[in-house]
Design a protein around this ligand. Structure first.
Ligand code: HEM
Length: 489
């Protein structure tokens, strides 16, 4: 960093930041919740500051204007990914979400992924009562989840919903990617979807193994969890891909994996400026599968916690469902009829900010930000949590209040919704935002139409997250009571 500054002459100014220790840099100062530490640092150094993680300089970006500058206005210059040990295992390094190779081939890769996801989420459903294949899969999984919740309550009195939610959500993405769903008790499936907390911690911004190379060789859970998890995930996906390669029929596309095989056969992945090989194309399914279940299931795990923590908010959502769609099974198109439910989901995104940082970015060329010089290849953290709790945007940001998103007529305030930052923005924006918003809505609407969720009497609920790439709440228990007004579908 310093060398780059000097070679550019004396006028270049580096961002300010805290004093750092040799070798470990500022790692020890980050604490259990780095996004909060950065909010404190921002008070002293401003929206853009420089820290050192190990020996690696990292620019931290806060504040909506600076975040827009980085992700939108100067998006090309910040669209790279840093070389991270933790992420190198996904798809054996061919992942387009984490790959350090940013350029024309990467753009083509993201386009292929986006087309495959769009085609199969919007594809025609088998049943005439569903608008598309994604809706059909979600309905099947929520119906199963409602049964599992009711059974677990009967059997155990109360239960932790985490595994059941993860299985349901993983089944949706499994159906899209491989045309297959698994039983909630299937051992092979459980091994993959029961992502452990060590993995989530290790995959966060600021894992020492990503910044101090010798840490990679230590036999610690937090260091080795990603390798073990991604190896198992890669093997699970490879088996499905192998099966698809032998049964592929060009006239009968079954799922995303078939669509990717088709892309290879038709040589769609070659343009004047870019080419992708077959392995890279097929590996796209690893990215979609990997990104598609942990995020959505974390969101639902938080949502159910907020619903039992604020029973009056749950009752309002149920009142809205009963009043507007009655006993008819909810569908994606009902989102516009249920503004309070939509407001609740956006408030969960904002308040929990369960993905506090985007995946780390990296500069693709020398650039300037807020008047500071940022050399090429600089790792950049974007603090979405800070934007979602910024007092200049949100009244009383620590208050959980879905009402903040509704105008005086009870309609959703779309311009305020756009200020919630959870899917990123610009070139590196999440590919699955539409899928995720539809999916989360239908899970919540269907569950609440049929069940009343309660906390256990006398239980204390804790809304403090455990830090990670996707932050989970602490484990909690709930009870599910069938509603007399709920539809039986
Ligand atoms: C990337 C959030 C669901 C696919 C991302 C990023 C965020 C994010 C913050 C990183 C953006 C950046 O680095 O600037 C979420 C949230 C979800 C969700 C909050 C659910 C509530 C999904 C789903 C899929 C998906 C369902 C696909 C099935 C991806 C992919 C990327 C990505 C492929 C990598 C994009 C890239 O590197 O250019 N997501 N996501 N996500 N997401 Fe999601």
């Amino acid at each position: 960093f310093v060398r780059a500054l000097m070679s550019k002459g004396r006028k270049q100014v580096s961002p300010p930041g805290p004093w750092s220790f040799p070798i470990i840099g500022n790692l020890l100062q980050l604490g259990d919740h780095p996004y909060l530490t950065f909010i404190e640092m921002r008070k002293k150094y401003g929206d853009v500051f420089l820290i050192k993680l190990g020996m690696v300089p990292v620019v931290v970006v806060n504040g909506m204007e600076m975040v827009k500058q980085v992700l939108l206005k100067d998006g090309e210059h910040f669209a790279g990914r840093p070389k991270m040990h933790t992420f190198s295992f996904l798809a054996e390094g061919k992942s387009f979400s984490f790959s350090v190779n940013y350029g024309e081939s990467w753009k083509l890769h993201k386009k292929i992924a986006s087309n495959a996801l769009r085609t199969f989420s919007k594809a025609e459903a088998k049943s005439s009562t569903c608008s598309c294949l994604l809706e059909e899969h979600v309905i099947e999984e929520v119906s199963e989840l409602v049964k599992v919740f009711a059974e677990l309550t009967l059997k155990k009195g109360s239960f932790d919903p985490r595994n059941a939610i993860t299985c349901a959500v993983a089944n949706v993405v499994c159906a899209l990617c491989f045309g297959k769903r698994y039983d909630h008790n299937d051992e092979e499936f459980l091994r993959i979807v029961k992502t452990n907390d060590d993995l989530l911690k290790a995959s966060s911004a600021a894992n020492p193994a990503d910044f101090i190379p010798c840490f990679r060789y230590l036999p610690l859970r937090i260091i080795n969890a990603p390798r073990e998890f991604y190896q198992a995930l890669n093997e699970f996906i490879a088996l499905h891909v192998q099966d698809h390669l032998t049964t592929y029929d060009k006239d009968h596309m079954r799922d995303i994996t078939d669509a990717l095989i088709n892309t290879c056969h038709k040589k769609y992945a070659t343009t004047k400026t870019a080419t992708l090989n077959d392995d890279e194309i097929i590996s796209t399914v690893n990215d979609l599968f990997g990104a598609g279940f942990e995020t959505v299931s974390t969101c639902l795990y938080w949502s159910f916690l907020y619903l039992i923590h604020y029973p009056e908010i749950q009752a309002k959502i149920q009142e809205e469902i009963d009043g507007n769609i009655g006993l008819k099974p909810p569908r994606f198109e009902d989102r516009k009829m249920l503004p309070y439910t939509e407001a609740f989901i956006n408030e969960v995104f904002r308040h929990a900010s369960f993905i506090p940082f985007t995946i780390p970015h990296c500069t693709t060329a020398d650039t300037t930000l807020n008047g500071y010089f940022i050399p090429r290849n600089t790792c950049t953290f974007i603090n979405m949590y800070q934007v979602n709790h910024d007092e200049t945007i949100w009244d009383n940001p620590s208050l959980f209040s879905p009402e903040r998103f509704l105008n005086e007529n009870g309609e959703l305030n779309k311009s305020l919704v756009d200020k919630v930052l959870i899917f990123g923005m610009g070139i590196r924006k999440c590919l699955g935002e539409d899928v995720a918003r539809n999916e989360v809505f239908l899970f919540i609407a269907m569950v609440l139409q049929q069940l009343k969720l309660n906390k256990c009497p006398r239980a204390e609920l804790d809304l403090t997250p455990t830090y990670g790439l996707a932050m989970k709440p602490k484990p909690y228990q709930l009870q599910a009571e069938p509603r007399s007004t709920g539809s039986a579908s």
